[in-house]
Ligand binder design. Structure first.
Ligand SMILES: *Cc1c(COP(=O)(O)O)cnc(C)c1O
Length: 406
């Protein structure tokens, strides 16, 4: 595997183990007060209100560089999955460091182009439902590669490329039929999933693609899921990809890229630990045997616990002198029983008015936020080199209602 890997460019080589790093966490106590890269979270809550997403730009770049260092020996492009956190200021930070982007919609491409026209040549476009207008946008922008997920998509892309007279470099996203131990909603590498093309018929589809004048088979792509904690499934998937690359080269195709997908790697790897959702406790109450802590943040701000049963560490922003703890459900104000951040969690006794920080919320937090219950999407701030910048205003009610017609 390593032999072939050394000869191909890895578009998104993502075999770094997230556990293997022992850097300082970006959110830590200074004295008894929680801070983001040295900036007090209490002061940020006072200045910008809550709920509030707070990111450490320093940490994002550190993780990005750590990742790139692991692949220093291989010709590679690191591509950040925009869907993990698509806020423009974060994309800009990454674009400035030469990072590429893995996009899944025309909208995400517009975001990338908004922060850097030059970054288009480091963009790969994945997704099972690409539409003609999105393909046209990507062809005109001159992206690095389309990860094609079906034969029907291949036909449409060939048509659009011919129409615009723009060569489309393609990889087939193959489905390696590998099981990855993770939550079923974020596992993607089995034949029963909607993603990719069955690896057993890929060679035939590549042959067909090679006959199209405006398509250029240039890579093979694979993405087996997210939050995978062992390297074993990546090994199995890539072994199958390497076999395919060898066959395709025998067929005379110039396969130069292997896109190894995400899962341990970008985007979660860069942004997850770099972000916290800061929230204020509204009330505490006891119903029968259960204690509830009700926060001003809710599932519309951070849906991961409800959607993926994700675990988020919850810390009080001010550590109290007392060692008293409670066991409680931490919940939001939304009218759904699924609106919780933690259940039966032991945490230091908090009371109305206290601030709490939900850690590891930088990935798939804000990018999945909604207006459910007509709640405004929250503000975001980025801390970099000890300086704080608000990168998104809190949405107003007028902004929420502006598209509606009476
Ligand atoms: C979501 C996704 C990624 C990134 O996954 P992470 O778990 O954030 O690393 C990479 N590639 C594709 C095709 C994806 O859909």
């Amino acid at each position: 595997m390593s032999e072939v890997k050394a000869k191909v460019n890895a578009v998104s080589p993502k075999s770094t183990n997230t556990q293997s790093t022992n850097q300082a966490r970006p959110f830590s106590y200074q004295g008894r007060s929680l801070a983001c890269s040295g900036v007090s979270l209490e002061s940020l809550a006072q200045k910008f209100g809550t709920p509030l997403y707070v990111y450490s730009g320093d940490q994002i770049l550190e993780r990005r560089n750590l990742f790139a260092r692991e692949f220093a020996g291989v010709d590679h492009t690191v591509c950040y999955a925009v869907k993990a956190n698509s806020s423009l200021a974060i994309l800009k930070l990454l674009a400035q460091s030469g990072t590429g982007f893995d996009i899944v919609s025309g909208g995400e491409l517009e975001r990338v182009l908004r922060v850097s026209k030059d970054a288009a040549k480091r963009v790969v476009f994945s997704g099972v439902g690409k539409q003609a207008a999105e393909m046209d946008l990507a062809l005109k922008a001159g992206i690095l590669m389309f990860n094609v997920e079906s034969e029907a998509e291949l036909e449409l892309l060939a048509e659009r490329a011919a129409k615009l007279k723009k060569k489309a470099r393609i990889a087939l996203r193959v489905n390696p039929d590998v099981f990855a131990e993770t939550h079923p909603y974020i596992s993607t590498g089995l034949r029963e999933h909607k993603f990719g093309i069955d690896i057993r018929i890929a060679r035939k589809v590549y042959r067909r693609a090679a006959k199209k004048q405006w398509l250029e088979p240039a890579g093979v792509s694979v993405h087996i899921g997210s939050q995978i904690r062992s390297t074993e499934p990546f090994g199995s998937a890539l072994a199958r990809v390497v076999d395919l690359v060898k066959q395709l080269r025998t067929d005379g195709l110039n396969i130069r890229y292997v896109d190894a997908g995400g899962g341990l790697g970008p985007g979660r790897f860069f942004v997850a630990q770099a972000g916290t959702l800061l929230s204020r406790v509204l009330y505490t109450k006891v119903n029968g045997t259960k204690t509830f802590v009700i926060t001003d943040a809710a599932m519309n701000d951070l849906i991961r616990p409800a959607l993926y049963q994700a675990h988020h560490e919850i810390l009080p922003v001010k550590q109290s002198m007392s060692k008293k703890t409670i066991v409680a459900d931490i919940v939001g104000p939304v009218c759904e029983s699924g609106d919780f951040f933690a259940r039966d969690r032991e945490l230091p006794a908090v009371k109305s008015g206290d601030l709490v920080a939900l850690l590891d919320a930088g990935a798939y937090g804000m990018s999945l936020a909604s207006n459910y219950n007509t709640r405004s999407r929250v503000a975001e701030v980025l801390v970099r080199n000890g300086k704080t910048k608000r990168i998104r205003r809190r949405e107003t009610v007028d902004e929420m209602l502006t598209q509606e017609v009476l």
